[in-house]
Design a binder for this molecule. Structure first.
Ligand SMILES: Cc1cc2nc3c(=O)[nH]c(=O)nc-3n(C[C@H](O)[C@H](O)[C@H](O)COP(=O)(O)O)c2cc1C
Length: 223
């Protein structure tokens, strides 16, 4: 049972990392193997919308994205963690998601995997929504959304959380839930129905119609 965490804070040892570490430690005590990757370790440039990934399944940008991708794909579960920046995910998080548009979303590459979102902020506003959205990104890419946890930094950019005990208790509960879902291979039929009905069926139709222009993506929808 391998759980991979992605920390998308530019502060490699910030509070986003601390919350992610706490979550992963709890997962380890429950028998999981964990691995944390930080966006500070990788150079991931912005998507240029050239659509080469959609046409050929390759990316022309010479950076570390394609080194990061297999680490995401080998996980049973993903823990996506971001700080709240301008009431949204960090630019680092968004850069990874944009570059994954064909490799994870159109190819529904996270099928059968589980996803959790974490968000750390200076204020509660929007923070829960961002945390949930990070986990739901896994759902978008074919996986099962398990839940989210969040915290507010005690003093902006200093170590520690407001109500730290409560924040960690919430992270621990979520870690237990995640491990149980992986162990029991819990299915989420409503999530699957929503994804198929409102997203995938429409994408499939559209790309199969445009097979000549986007052969790689069309092939993904035929698998
Ligand atoms: C560029 C920037 C934008 C931020 N925007 C918000 C925001 O919109 N809402 C908020 O609650 N906190 C905001 N913060 C505060 C961070 O979310 C907070 O300091 C958090 O602890 C950062 O995570 P870290 O400890 O991993 O660096 C912002 C911080 C920075 C540097």
């Amino acid at each position: 049972m391998k759980i991979v965490g992605l920390c998308a804070s530019p502060r490699a040892q910030g509070n986003t990392r601390r919350l992610l570490q706490r979550f992963m430690q709890t997962c380890e005590t429950l028998g999981a193997t964990t691995e944390i990757h930080s966006t500070t370790q990788y150079r991931v440039d912005f998507c240029r919308a050239c659509e080469q990934c959609m046409r050929q399944g390759t990316c022309p940008i010479q950076d570390d994205y394609l080194t990061m991708l297999p680490k995401i794909l080998e996980a049973d579960a993903l823990v996506l963690a971001t700080p709240n920046y301008a009431f949204d995910v960090s630019a680092q998080f968004k850069a990874v998601m944009d570059r994954s548009h064909a490799f994870l979303y159109y190819s529904q590459a996270l099928k059968g995997k589980y996803g959790v979102g974490l968000c750390v902020a200076g204020h509660w506003a929007m923070t829960r929504k961002i945390a949930a959205w990070c986990g739901q990104a896994v759902w978008l890419c074919g996986g099962n959304y398990v839940g989210y946890a969040w915290g507010v930094s005690k003093v902006r950019d200093k170590k520690g959380f407001v109500n730290e005990k409560k924040v960690y208790a919430q992270a621990d509960r979520l870690a237990k839930k995640l491990i149980k879902e992986i162990q029991t291979k819990k299915q989420h039929p409503i999530q699957a129905w929503l994804r198929e009905t409102f997203l995938v069926s429409k994408l499939r139709k559209s790309f199969l119609r445009r097979r000549a222009e986007y052969p790689w993506t069309a092939e993904q929808f035929e698998k």
